[in-house]
Design a protein around this ligand. Structure first.
Ligand code: NAD
Ligand code: KPL
Length: 304
């Protein structure tokens, strides 16, 4: 059974390379013929793990190929996921399994609506990877990925063990929405502040007051959206992540530094949208959102 990888960037490439070298059939799907030609000219995907560099000549195609898709990993950014999936939707067989690796919340629902006959599995990942150049991926840190299906929480896919054997650390979660909300709350408390203060995660220890105010509001939001069990200890959880990732540059700061669009709409944007829906006024988060938007505008970056 073949995997197709839609969005062979940092994380998608990391998954694809490990599947390929474990002997699991896998094909990359590039957006268009130009991108496919560039990939072929590069000779494959390069992956650096520690000091080890390897080149993996994975087979690749464009969405226009007609062969059916049974298992799809969507590894685009959250803002690209819906359009990317729409381009291959007609190739998905009924009951196809589609894993959505997007960070934040909001993009998954749009994809689910696009492909009602597929089974969408949501993912929340703490793995780390970045692209040194096109088709050249660096594994930046070890982590693991939670997978789950809110519609069928007890239906564990048969291929889960295969992924672990391929060195892709995954675990099934019957509470994947809780995992996604927890990560969203942590990312909302950390990522925008690192952008506004232009600092590594560890330097946020100097802004304990701001973090406390934000985590109190995020805790109230978690309560409102039905994940109140995650609210107690949120501040401690955020501080623990700050310490554990003290030398990291957050993904949002990396995006801004490289002039790339951020996933703000699926993090702070989604948090505030849900707060409004539940009649919650979250002043500190709103102010943070405004400051972040001003910052993005100043840097000529999209604010959504
Ligand atoms: P990335 O930008 O490195 O890769 C995304 C890839 O998708 C790019 O190669 C892009 O060209 C491709 N793409 C965009 N539109 C496409 C389309 N229509 N068809 C085919 N390909 C298309 O992004 P990433 O860092 O791998 O992140 C992917 C998602 O995973 C994000 O939501 C991110 O937040 C999440 N995530 C990433 C990491 C990480 O360490 N990189 C960790 C945890 C979560
Ligand atoms: O997930 C992260 C991110 O940068 O997006 C944290 C946990 C903040 C680590 O950098």
């Amino acid at each position: 059974m073949s995997w197709h990888i839609l969005g062979a960037g940092s994380l998608g490439g990391l998954w694809a390379a490990r599947l390929f070298r474990a002997g699991i059939p896998v094909r990359l799907i590039f957006k268009d013929r130009l991108r496919l030609a560039q990939y072929r000219a590069a000779g494959g995907l390069s992956l650096r793990e520690g000091k080890q560099d390897s080149l993996y000549p994975l087979p690749a195609e464009t969405p226009q190929e007609t062969s059916p898709i049974r298992r799809l990993l969507v590894a685009c950014k959250a803002y690209d996921a819906e359009d990317a999936v729409a381009a291959v939707a007609s190739r998905l067989i009924p009951g196809a399994e589609v894993v959505l690796l997007q960070n934040g919340i909001g993009s998954q629902e749009r994809v689910v609506e696009r492909i009602p006959r597929a089974r969408c599995i949501l993912a929340s990942s703490t793995e780390g990877a970045f692209r040194e150049s096109d088709f050249s991926i660096v594994q930046a840190g070890k982590g693991h990925t939670w997978l789950g299906d809110p519609a069928h929480p007890d239906h564990v896919p048969e291929w889960l063990d295969e992924l672990n054997e391929a060195d892709i650390p995954v675990q099934w979660s019957i509470e994947i929405m809780g995992q996604l909300w927890r990560k969203l709350a942590i990312n909302c408390a950390i990522n925008p502040l690192t952008v506004l203060h232009k600092c590594r995660n560890g330097e946020l220890n100097a802004y304990a007051g701001e973090i406390k105010a934000l985590t109190l509001e995020l805790g109230a939001l978690l309560e409102a959206v039905g994940h109140g069990n995650l609210a107690p200890g949120l501040q401690e959880a955020v501080l623990a992540v700050i310490d554990a990732t003290a030398d990291n540059t957050s993904s949002m700061l990396q995006d801004v530094t490289h002039g790339r669009r951020t996933e703000i709409s699926f993090l702070l944007g989604h948090a505030l949208q849900e707060a409004q829906r539940h009649g919650l006024k979250l002043g500190a988060l709103e102010q943070l959102h405004r400051h972040l938007i001003d910052h993005l505008e100043t840097h000529g970056l999209p604010v959504d």
